[in-house]
Design a protein around this ligand. Sequence first.
Ligand code: 1GP
Length: 248
Amino acid sequence: MSLYRRLFPEDNQTRLWVLIDPDKAPHNELVKVAMNAEEGGASAILIGGSLLFNDAFDQVVQSIKRDVNIPVILFPGSSRQISRYADGILFMSLLSGRNPQFLIGEQVQAAPIISSIGLPAISTAYLLIESGTTTSAEFVSNTRPIPRTKPLIAAAHAQAAELLGMKVIYLEAGSGAKMPVPPEMVKVVSQSVSIPVIVGGGIINSEGAKTAAKNGARVIVVGTAIEEKGSKVISEIAAALFTTVVNG
Ligand code: 1GP
């Protein structure tokens, strides 16, 4: 089965993915979170962050990969965050921004490496949505997020992505966002494209996850809530999603 089909099965079940930021905890704790994620019902692990201070990125990916069976996918903030030990990479373009470095510059740096190590890549449109305060993603990328009251602007970006041949939309409020992506925006974007929509940033409990799922999100990404509340939040959200049908 292709990695894409494994990540986005053809059913109407929304999946939970857990984001692990290598800078947020010591190596052994990151591995423990990954193991808890698998046990709690997450269907993939994302590894990455806006910045990377940890110089052991490769070792973190390798250890996590060794100890879990669910796909381990890179979620790179830059071309530095590539590892041959992952199962694949979200090959993202920050399409909501107008900074050429994150639209195409980093991708040009990364592409030859990804090709040479044969890492499966999933073309992903990364859309940053205004979420109350300046997030790391906004600051580091030096781009303006899409206004949260403008779902049609977000939808137009998503449609452009699909027409360009991209395979996934990632609606991102930013890690630790005060407010998640508005439900109305998730709905309008999900109904505007036929490719899967991932929603992340500021989702901290089952309610938030279910709301995004009911509005069409195929995947919910959670990171900060696990750092703050512990791994039990993973099984709570996974269980809530299991009983939620996607309407988008
Ligand atoms: C960030 O979407 C992810 O890129 C997850 O966000 O850390 O707020 O859960 P949180």
